[in-house]
Design a protein around this ligand. Structure first.
Ligand code: FAD
Ligand code: MLT
Ligand code: ZN
Length: 480
């Protein structure tokens, strides 16, 4: 994507923002703005006249009012870990990035109601830590948890490793505070499990990717802390065996399965080759792996016995070839690292095209087989790297470039690759966007997947809430 020179900043506008935000709340120097203008993968670059860094909901509302009056577009940004360019501005004049990073307070933790009220800029790992300090747990977990923020996670309806047990970000949210595109504020920080009071507006903003307003705070659900865990890395002979193993664990004790993640031999090889200290705790490499993570809030739940019993039966049935059980927290973390480093390893191993797709859980093996074969046929020498959240049907059907091919030539085929994978996904009744969202990457797919009345209704909602189209333009919805 082309690099664009920043537009000349309008001094009177910058001083109006500075009046609202104070000297530390505004970035206007090119070097300060630069990190906010591109994405984690370095695929997109845009421009902005400034980065606004409000410290309170009132400051967000005042900035939005000013932007609305001046017709300035706003790109909300959390940790900027979007995989689809959602938080990267486009190359348009008269726009600002609004970073939530300074709004990172925990407003309240209530262990009677099992809720936590936090601001949008709180980093996920910190939210997990604060919950742990109160003897409870916030279960959302993903590789970017050290950087991604609550507002971004809700705005993308992030999934991650624990969806199989706790659901997506949406299911972990009870109430929201949102600044609308005209600067008015919805004060919806209710911590009620039941609240049928008209349209559930809070859910409209979850997954809206910053196109309908700015989430400034949220009430999150908490859960009892895990008192017992059991974690294993298994080598399995096939995709079908991986699914059979998942069904075994589900049948044995569905409530105990915290995560069930699939990895391929190619992906694991990339992690070992590119990530320092990543070693396989098995006797030999395999073509397919599964990470099983069990947890219980009750001490003496017998998870170790459950794990061993299920794996033993699976080995007898030929579904598992080898397995390593974590004997300590350190070993558990080392096993998880092999999984969590997949995105970084792929980044280091050259260009890759991401296909964040989902299918019914029963169709995951067929998805992996058919999409891998179709990609190899499309680009000989390319390396399918399927991995991810098998337990909820979300596989990252990513494709790495052939060794020796120019990255630009491979990336020029991105849309052919996505179309090839999506053809299989559609045939299996799946979705072309499982957890990362639409962002800039997939707007042009909306018409063919969600066209007709569904897309039309989305456009009418957008027009009703954001008639000027100032909220994150160019994202999620294709241009009319
Ligand atoms: P950003 O990237 O800053 O923004 C994401 C979108 O939300 C943008 O459209 C932005 O405009 C909007 N937005 C941000 N904050 C707000 C707000 N307060 N109000 C309104 N709109 C807002 N995702 C998963 O779902 N599961 C995974 O397992 C997973 N693993 C990842 C692993 C790695 C290594 C990386 C780099 C990313 C991964 N992601 C994953 C993708 C990413 O972390 C998620 O999409 C995350 O939810 C983005 O959070 P963020 O704070 O970085 O948001
Ligand atoms: C993950 O689960 O690690 C990411 O969502 C997948 C990716 O990097 O494609
Ligand atoms: Zn994922």
């Amino acid at each position: 994507m082309p690099d664009h020179a920043p537009p000349p900043a309008d001094p009177s506008l910058l001083s109006a923002f500075r009046d609202i935000l104070g000297p530390t709340g505004l970035l206007a120097e090119p070097d300060d703005i630069a990190p906010h203008l591109s994405d984690w993968r370095g695929l997109y670059k845009g421009q902005a006249m400034a980065v606004l860094r409000p410290a309170s909901t009132e400051e967000v509302a005042a900035c939005v009012k000013l932007c609305a009056a001046q017709g300035i577009a706003i790109i909300p940004q959390g940790g900027n870990t979007s995989m689809v360019g959602g938080a990267t501005p486009e190359a348009r004049p008269r726009q600002v990035v609004l970073s939530l990073a300074r709004m990172n307070r925990v407003r309240e933790v209530d262990t009677a109601d099992m809720t936590m009220t936090v601001e949008a800029g709180l980093v996920l790992a910190r939210a997990q830590q604060v919950a742990a300090e109160h003897g409870v747990m916030f279960p959302l977990s993903l590789g970017a948890e050290g950087t991604a923020m609550i507002g971004g996670l809700l705005s993308t309806n992030a999934g991650g490793n624990t969806t199989v047990r706790y659901g997506n970000a949406r299911e972990l949210m009870l109430g929201l505070e949102v600044v609308l595109p005209d600067g008015s504020v919805i004060n919806g920080l209710r911590r009620l499990r039941k609240d049928n009071t008209g349209y559930a507006l809070r859910h409209l903003f979850v997954g809206a990717e910053g196109t309908l307003g700015i989430i400034t705070a949220a009430v999150l659900r908490l859960f009892p802390a895990a008192r017992e865990t059991a974690t294993a890395l298994c080598a399995v002979p096939s995709e079908d065996a991986a699914l059979a193993l998942f069904r075994r664990f589900r049948a044995a004790d569905e409530g105990a399965v915290r995560a069930f993640e699939y990895m391929s031999g190619i992906g694991m090889g990339m992690v070992q080759a590119t990530i320092e200290g990543a070693t396989l705790p098995l006797s030999a490499p395999a073509e397919h792996y599964v990470l099983v993570d069990l947890s219980a809030s009750r001490e003496g739940a017998g998870l170790r016995g459950l794990m061993e019993g299920v794996l033993e039966a699976a080995m007898e049935a030929g579904e598992v070839e080898d397995a390593a059980l974590a004997e300590s927290e350190g070993q558990r973390a080392a096993i998880w690292r092999l999984r969590e480093e997949h995105p970084e390893a792929q980044k280091r191993a050259g260009a890759s095209v991401k296909n964040d797709v989902s299918v019914p859980v029963s169709a995951v093996p067929e998805l992996i087989r058919r999409a891998s074969a179709a990609c190899r046929a499309l680009i000989p020498g390319s390396r399918p790297v399927p991995f991810g959240h098998m337990g909820d049907g979300n596989i990252h059907m990513n494709l790495a470039q052939p060794e020796g091919m120019a990255a630009a030539d491979f990336l020029a085929r991105s849309h052919d690759i996505m179309d090839t994978v999506n053809e299989v996904v559609r045939d299996l009744g799946g979705s072309f966007s499982a957890e990362h969202g639409i962002g800039r990457l997939k707007t042009d797919m909306m018409e063919s997947w969600r066209g007709g009345a569904e897309l039309d209704a989305m456009r009418r909602i957008k027009a009703a809430l954001d008639p000027q189209g100032i909220m994150n333009p160019g994202k999620l919805l294709p241009d009319a």
